[in-house]
Design a protein around this ligand. Structure first.
Ligand code: CMC
Length: 429
């Protein structure tokens, strides 16, 4: 067996260094010893966008982008989507093992008991404009929760962390539903603790004057499957934000607000909203070839296609496509589905997309389901944020308990001016 080391020769100095390889990675700090002079800070790795930088050791989620594999704690996403529930999967992601029957019952009870919001939260929502984006409201409100639970600052107290975990997973659907009701001018609907996690969410969104809301079992299940698929995805942009902000030891609500903000962007969780807008803009199947040509000319992107990690069909997209069929059976076929199917068909045969390994990602079909279920596009990233909360907390906790983790603070390669003297304003050309 060859030594697990890397030999580096610095051609600037002729010196040779041995660097240890651990689990397929070198420690970037080992590069620091490579210097040209005493005052040299040492060699750094330049990696904008962290294309090839591992920021942590993790035991939560495994993604093999080339083979299209996604597993939570070792369990294939296909099995979890078929056999598990979102709350059970959230427990698995957070605590590493599937819960026993009694653990699941206690976990479900604890989440259910924390669904209600402090009444003052409603006043915060009321202050927003009638057309405020629901994701903007969610970011503000989840951040505001830190002021309601100041003890959440005790991030190294396991009991406090557990309490905030229950609260966050329980209250995210309530915050999201209240934001939605505000945006459509409807009175807030309070949680119904007799219902399942997704059943209650549907209740808070869509309850009208009936005394008891009955969620449609197919839609309740479809939403649950979508929640399982979105629960975690290792070191994506928002999780990196959660870990990065959390590394300052701020409370979890503030860190989750940052993670939500990262998710909001159109290249991340905002993509499903962009997909739907794109499908509406294309309008019909016959306009697809012209749209694809536009994308190939560099005029915009095919939203819902491509992924930093998946260079193959995103396994979540495959499951979502099946889930869409069950929703369309209840709600009727979404006419935009034909446009999406045609886009996928043409793109998957086109050399531009084949060469760049661009395949449908999780967002390509999810928007069509959400639209059929009656959600406006502004709710799409919110529907991503709710289930991702369990993943964010699991990753945050893993970071906090990892003795090798430190305050996230990257280096830079400075390319600006050397020192220069201040010039009075009247002397500036
Ligand atoms: N449509 C057209 N061309 C694309 C696309 C696309 N969707 N995605 C990548 N490319 C091209 C890109 O122009 C580049 O071409 P070239 O080499 O000629 O310059 C090449 O493919 C590589 O692209 P990149 O931007 O360097 O790749 P990346 O790994 O930085 O991008 C991505 C990943 C997800 C940002 C990108 O694929 C994208 O913008 N997709 C559309 C937005 C989207 O669907 N996002 C949701 C991601 S999945 C949900 C989530 O995790 O949040």
């Amino acid at each position: 067996m060859a030594a697990e080391t890397l030999t580096i020769t610095d051609n600037r100095t002729g010196k040779t260094y041995q660097v240890a390889i651990r689990d397929g990675a070198i420690n970037a700090l080992d590069l620091r010893q490579i210097r040209v002079s005493e005052d040299d800070l040492g060699l750094a790795a330049y990696d904008p966008g962290f294309m090839n930088t591992a920021s942590c050791y993790s035991r939560i989620t495994y993604v093999d982008g080339d083979r299209g594999i996604l597993r939570y704690r070792g369990y294939p996403i296909e099995q979890l989507a078929e056999k598990s529930t979102y709350l059970e999967t959230a427990y698995l992601i957070l605590y590493g093992e599937l819960p026993t029957k009694s653990q699941l019952a206690e976990w479900t009870r604890n989440i259910t008991l924390h669904t209600i919001l402090h009444e003052n939260i409603k006043k915060i929502i009321d202050a927003f404009h009638h057309d405020a984006h629901t994701m903007g409201m969610l970011i503000s409100m989840v951040g505001a929760l830190s002021t309601f639970y100041p003890e959440s600052k005790n991030i190294f107290d396991a009991e406090s962390r557990l309490k905030q975990t229950h609260r966050l997973i329980a209250k995210m659907p309530t915050l999201a539903a209240f934001a939605y009701r505000h945006s459509i001018g409807m009175p807030y609907a309070y949680p119904d603790n007799d219902l399942s996690y997704t059943g209650n969410f549907l209740n808070m969104l869509f309850k009208m004057t009936e005394l008891k809301y009955q969620p449609h079992p197919v839609l309740e299940k479809a939403l649950d499957v979508l929640f399982i698929l979105h629960a975690d995805h290792e070191q994506n942009c928002s999780t990196n934000a959660m870990r990065g902000v959390g590394s300052s030891h701020v409370d979890p609500y503030s860190a989750i607000a940052a993670a939500n903000a990262a998710l909001y962007g159109p290249l991340h969780g905002g993509a499903n909203e962009q997909v739907l807008k794109m499908l509406i803009e294309i309008g019909s199947k016959d306009k697809v070839p012209a749209f694809v040509e536009k994308v190939k000319r560099g005029e915009g992107r095919l939203m819902g296609f491509g992924h930093r990690v998946y260079k193959n069909y995103d396994p979540r997209a495959r499951i979502i496509k099946r889930t869409a069929d069950s929703v369309f059976e209840v709600k009727g076929r979404n006419p935009l589905l034909d446009v999406a199917l045609e886009l996928e068909r043409i793109a998957l045969q086109d050399d531009y997309f084949i060469r760049r390994k661009l395949y449908p990602n999780v967002d390509f079909y999810s928007g069509l389901i959400y639209q059929s279920m009656g959600f406006p596009v502004e709710m799409f990233p919110v529907l991503f944020a709710i289930p991702r909360t369990s993943g964010w907390i699991a990753q945050w906790e893993e970071m906090l308990l990892d003795s090798e983790q430190k305050l996230a603070r990257p280096r830079q390669v400075y390319k600006g001016h050397e020192t220069r003297d201040y010039v009075a304003v009247e002397k500036r050309g």
